[in-house]
Design a protein around this ligand. Structure first.
Ligand code: DGL
Length: 277
């Protein structure tokens, strides 16, 4: 009989906790291990090669923790590393491991939120330059027009807990204005970075009330539930003791101080030493 193992969840830092929170709410019976690569965050302005390398090392670390199913709760890693990991690295490891991302489940649904078929995306520079959102949304909603705005300052502001200062307002307003200037028909804005739900109230403040703002957490959690329902062999190998473990490649103490803001609960993290971090 095969050993039962937790679901691995990965992000460059704290942002994936906004997704984990929704997964735990929907699927409380499963065990989860979270890894934040805070020592090397943010990923959003890094090259394809760096994001791929860092994400692969993190996924391998979660595999060594015995996870056989890992969710990249990070748009930048999903945009820049997921395909290579799925098509190259997992092939070499045999067929027992699975890695899922957040972009596909989001693009399968986002078009159904928009009446005008004009969708705005706020994301990191890496996610925007990968063109993953326009390409993937085009597959499911061919009539949709997608407008993207890179927000390179937002992840550092969130990671450094600078959400309440006027500098944060300045950048949120600037990016929202730049997005909305691209089309007056945008009626739906996707927060295409798992850090941005923390900025929801500020983004709301600078958007007309008629525009709806969509976070990914619930969408990704529902998609995971559906995946487990459809893949019974993978599901049957998941442990179900409602246990959560948290790891960071940076200081565990610092992680604990900031993480509750994202996860909504206190966390006691441990330090993870990755091969090259
Ligand atoms: N949470 C990551 C995302 O969804 C942020 C990436 C970063 O570290 O810049 O893209």
């Amino acid at each position: 009989m095969q050993h039962k193992t937790p679901i691995g969840v990965f992000d460059s830092g704290y942002g994936g906790l906004t997704v984990l929170k929704e997964m735990v709410a929907l699927l409380p019976q499963y065990d989860f291990i979270y890894l934040g690569d805070n020592a090397r965050a943010p990923y959003g302005t890094r090259s394809f090669e760096s994001v791929y390398q860092y994400t692969l090392e993190s996924v391998q670390w979660l595999f060594e923790k015995n996870c056989h199913l890992v969710v990249l709760a990070c748009n930048t890693a999903s945009a820049k590393a997921l395909r290579s990991i799925q098509q190259i690295d997992l092939q070499k490891m045999g067929n027992e491991k699975r890695v899922l991302g957040v972009i596909r489940p989001t693009t399968e649904l986002i078009g159904s939120y928009s009446k005008s078929n004009h969708i705005g995306i706020l994301a990191t520079s890496g996610t925007v330059s990968s063109q993953s959102y326009p390409i993937e949304i085009g597959k499911f909603f061919p009539k949709a027009k997608v407008f993207q705005q890179a927000c390179p300052m937002l992840v550092p502001l969130v990671e450094n807990n600078e959400l309440r200062n006027s500098g944060c307002d300045f950048f949120v307003k600037k990016y929202v204005d730049q997005l909305l200037q691209q089309s007056s028909d945008i009626d739906t804005i996707l927060l295409g970075c798992t850090h941005f739900p923390l900025l929801y109230d500020k983004i709301r403040e600078y958007c007309p009330p008629s525009i709806q703002i969509i976070s990914q957490g619930e969408i990704v959690a529902n998609s995971l539930a559906d995946y487990l329902h459809r893949h019974t062999r993978i599901e049957s190998r998941l442990s179900q003791n409602s246990e959560r473990e948290f790891y960071t490649t940076d200081s565990a103490l610092e992680f604990d101080q900031h993480a509750s803001l994202f996860y909504g609960k206190d966390i006691a993290a441990k330090h993870a030493q990755l091969k090259n971090s």
